[in-house]
Design a protein around this ligand. Structure first.
Ligand code: FES
Length: 176
């Protein structure tokens, strides 16, 4: 009799452990089905640019790549007005002009650094330089910083969606 109840207890204990194990492995399987955080972030990224400060480089992440957003000052804009290519690279949101680019050097993919005093980007890998519109000013980069697909919605910038402004840039050969 005592033996029977002992076996019953052992059986229940074993069953409980097996049950916990089954739940744990189901949880692990469910986790492996869920998309990775990086995949979740791989769709669209919305940036509210209304609080961005002038001449302060913002670095965001989109599809695993660094994205540079730079709000231009009136002086920077004035200096660029004579360069058509620079102006066409800029995005206008709520009356302000912004540079939005993928923050990877178009030479071999290093991340250029922004010098707020000089208002330009220097790629430390091989000395390539870009101006504040992201256009290349010193080789070896073969072209300006690439512009990611984007759409403007009020003061928001949606990375990953193709809006009219991006389509126009593409038609004009400003971006890939
Ligand atoms: Fe930037 Fe070579 S990777 S200059």
């Amino acid at each position: 009799m005592e033996n029977n109840s002992r076996r019953g207890f052992m059986g229940m204990a074993f069953g409980a452990v097996a049950g916990v194990g089954a739940v744990a492995s189901l949880y692990a399987m469910k986790k492996s089905w869920d998309p990775l955080p990086s995949v979740k972030a791989a769709g669209f990224t919305t940036l509210d640019m209304s609080a961005y400060e002038e001449n302060v480089l913002i670095t965001e992440k989109w599809r695993g790549k660094p994205i540079f957003v730079l709000k231009l000052t009136a002086e920077m804009l004035k200096a660029m007005e004579s360069k058509k290519n620079d102006m066409e690279r800029l995005i206008k949101v709520d009356g302000s002009h912004y540079m939005v680019t993928i923050g990877l050097c178009t030479h071999l993919g290093c991340i250029p650094g922004y010098n707020a005093d000089e208002q330009n980007f220097l790629c430390a890998c091989h000395g390539g330089m870009y101006d504040a519109s992201g256009d290349v000013t010193k080789a070896p980069p073969p072209r300006g910083l690439d512009i990611p697909p984007f759409k403007i919605d009020g003061s928001k910038l949606i990375l990953g969606e193709v809006g009219e402004e991006y389509k126009a840039m593409k038609e004009n050969g400003i971006t890939l």
